[in-house]
Design a protein around this ligand. Sequence first.
Ligand SMILES: [Zn+2]
Ligand SMILES: [Zn+2]
Length: 304
Amino acid sequence: MAQSSPACLRCQDTRVYVRAGTGTRYAQAQLCDCAPNPCPTCRGTGFLLTLDPQGRDLAILCPDCERLKQRIEFYNRCRIPRRYQHSRLALADQDSENAKVFSLLESMLRGLPHQIRPDSEQERPSADVLKGMVLMGSPGTGKTHLLTGFAYRATIELGISCVFQGFTELLSELRQGYSDGKSDIEIIEPHLQTDVLIIDDLGKGRNTAWELSILDTLITERYNHHRLIMATTNYTEREEDTLRERVLSRDRTETEQYLADTLRKRVGERIYSRLREMCYFQSLQGTDRRLAPPEAEGFVESAD
Ligand SMILES: [Zn+2]
Ligand SMILES: [Zn+2]
């Protein structure tokens, strides 16, 4: 990312402009007005003419146009909630409390292209598999802001596919899917195939056997294929640190329950130990950034 004085302030010279139109649920990426038009490589045709090995004319897709198109598509398929449209994992987001998390995320971004598109054909040793991150901490500590920024950098800067998914939203989509006659696998396939899966609010929900089985499928499948997983969670590793979360029951006659489980208790031993193997566990402390003065737009609107 161009960190110093980009020529285009709208897109920071990425040629991709991210915005959230009124009434849209997710941030949308589109080609920035600063992108040369028509494309100088293909003169706007979208194709380049070349010769095949037999010397015959061959039209191939313009690599420059395709590259931008793919990045825009990756960002849009990632489904970043509109309130995180400004998340960039930029230097301005870094402070003394998140410095360690920041440098780990930066090193993952450096390692990702090699893990996903290794230079050599050789199988990489499993010990070398890039670890993801479980980011723990109370609401408002900026967890989601950092990981949506990570998703921006992975998709727009590196051209790596990414899915950002709130866990409870996934459960609602699955329930909706059942009534539309869709199977679990149809809905979670993109989550299994994507290069990077980010689960927002891991451990949230009613924690039924069905909910845990969905989580188990996601984690186990990605674990088996050495695919990167990242997550945010309000649960931590010690009960003392975990914010007591109000668990809303569907049955309104039930008394309200408050939970202060550890993440381990919340997701169960099997999922927890896989996550431990696949991810760095980091926690963010600090004051609720949503209460901070409105200087960093991304934080103020955050509700992670
Ligand atoms: Zn621009
Ligand atoms: Zn082109």
